[in-house]
Write a protein that binds this ligand. Structure first.
Ligand code: SAH
Ligand code: SF4
Ligand code: F3S
Length: 453
């Protein structure tokens, strides 16, 4: 009998090779590893060479227009590859798939498959159908899907640090942001499966995990007689071994609780680094952005962190030129940066995203030139702050987790300290995964250079 399943099974008698290219944030990196796990259990093998692939999946990002333009450019290149090899199947997955849906198939002729972030379990079926000549799309968002029991196939090569997804989606509805539309509502992953995954990684030699979610501080698991919030979860992960470092990203300032700060302060192997996106230093902008905190409230959270953990590093995300931003608002962002003294920042020009609250109800009225000018000021200031922060580290001794050989000098290794700063130092007989005590001797704005003593 020809069941539906038989019908969709690949009709070729050799291994089919899958190539995945990933754009966007760490959530996407983690998702590509889940996709690979799903496809491998259906008999596909992984290749790192697009030229030898039978199936190419592009895991995409919609956060800013330039992220989407890059992918559209890449699809054109892949279209040329497909002309030479007509059996090649090209799929667009991730946030652009969710945002553009069937438009991707209609407008980009090389695309055979479109799959949104919650529909990866249906990929083998979609690929099978594409092999029979049927273009396929699945962009259903889910309230439950967390791919909880799927063990990701790790694509990172260092074997020391890994990302572990603990929740999906976002309920925050920041006015500028497309993520709630592309990733759906917030849902937390079963803590048991998280702990199992981390335990497994530790057993395989990994020494650092970063717990990932769009807003990890709203993690909550209340089923099966357990009630676990984010501080409880991170504590449980840290208890797996004192030799395991635990990081997390990202925190929304409005949800950064005293309980989390206390848990971090009292647990040595939870790294002393917090990524706390401010977006703007102007309370007027923050309200328009629907961030649900003020400048003062943000600064109070920073003060609480510094009081409990004076050594904690703080990094941020900033947007230049959001709707109606004045020179005074922008000056407030610069002054916030100075006041906090960020170690590091991701800095962006505002990019209007169709369908968001800002796109529907506000005017993108800061000119491109002015956005560029403001962003340049922000970047220049951050470079100064990073350099100052690194200079303060000269003479200090840090425990460094070795990640690999320095790209510039094979006699040196690089790794990170608890504060997430990269430190380069002489190799001696150390290897990735070792902890080494390093004293900082010199620095640039991006790197610390040290020696073992
Ligand atoms: N969930 C995380 C970050 C998500 S996206 C958080 O809220 O912190 C990463 C960063 O991209 C955001 O922090 C923001 O600074 C930036 N971003 C999001 N939408 C943007 C847009 N439309 N234009 C420019 N930057 C944007
Ligand atoms: Fe976007 Fe805001 Fe959610 Fe972050 S918290 S993903 S910026 S809506
Ligand atoms: Fe981009 Fe989607 Fe991540 S829009 S930033 S890949 S959640």
């Amino acid at each position: 009998m020809n069941t539906k399943h038989d019908f969709i099974r690949p009709v070729v008698d050799r291994d089919l090779k899958l190539y995945i290219e990933t754009y966007g944030c760490q959530m996407n990196v983690g998702d590509s590893e889940v996709v690979l796990a799903i496809m491998q259990t259906h008999g596909y093998t992984h290749t790192t060479q697009p030229g030898e692939a039978d199936i190419i999946l592009i895991n995409t990002c919609s956060i800013r227009d330039n992220a989407e333009q890059r992918v559209l450019g890449r699809l054109k290149e892949l279209g040329a590859l497909k002309k030479k090899k007509p059996a090649l199947i090209i799929g667009v997955i991730g946030c652009m798939a969710e945002r553009l849906k069937e438009k991707l198939i209609e407008q980009e002729r090389m695309v055979d498959i479109v799959a949104g972030p919650d529909s990866y379990r249906s990929l083998p079926e979609l690929v099978g159908a594409a092999q029979q000549g049927h273009k396929g799309i699945n962009v259903l968002l889910s309230h439950e899907e967390t791919y909880a029991e799927i063990t990701p196939v790790r694509l990172d090569k260092n074997g020391v640090s890994a990302f572990v997804s603990i929740m999906r989606g976002c309920n925050n509805m920041c006015a500028y942001c497309v993520v709630p539309y592309t990733r759906g509502v917030e849902r937390s992953r079963d803590p048991e499966t998280i702990l199992e995954e981390v335990q497994d990684l530790f057993g395989k030699g990994y020494r650092e995990v970063t717990l990932l979610g769009q807003n990890v501080n709203s993690y909550r698991w209340t089923k099966n007689d357990t009630d676990m919030d984010f501080p409880d979860l991170i504590k449980a992960v840290a208890e797996i071994s004192p030799l395991l470092r635990v990081r997390f990203a990202t925190s929304h300032p409005k949800d950064l609780s005293d309980k989390l700060i206390e848990t971090m302060a009292e647990t040595p192997n939870i790294c002393k680094a917090i990524h706390l996106p401010a977006q703007s230093g102007s309370s007027r902008m923050l309200q328009l952005m629907n961030r649900k905190y003020t400048r003062e409230w943000y600064l109070e959270r920073i003060a609480a962190i510094k009081k409990a953990m004076p050594e904690c590093s703080i990094s941020t995300d900033l947007i230049a030129g959001f709707c109606s931003e004045t020179i005074e608002d922008h000056a407030q962002t610069l002054s916030l940066m100075r006041e906090v003294g960020y170690e590091f920042a991701y800095m962006f020009k505002y990019s209007m995203r169709p369908g968001t609250k800002a796109a529907r109800t506000m005017t993108d009225d800061v000119s491109e030139e002015e956005k560029t000018r403001r962003l340049t000021e922000i970047i220049n200031l951050q470079n100064e702050l990073s350099l100052e922060s690194n200079k303060r580290d000269i003479g200090k001794k840090f425990e460094v987790l070795v990640e690999g050989v320095s790209k510039r000098d094979e006699n040196r290794l690089f790794g990170r300290n608890s504060q997430n700063k990269v430190i380069v130092f002489p190799k001696k007989d150390h290897k990735p995964g070792d902890y080494v005590m390093i004293t900082v001797k010199e620095c640039s704005s991006a790197t610390l250079i040290g020696e073992e003593e």
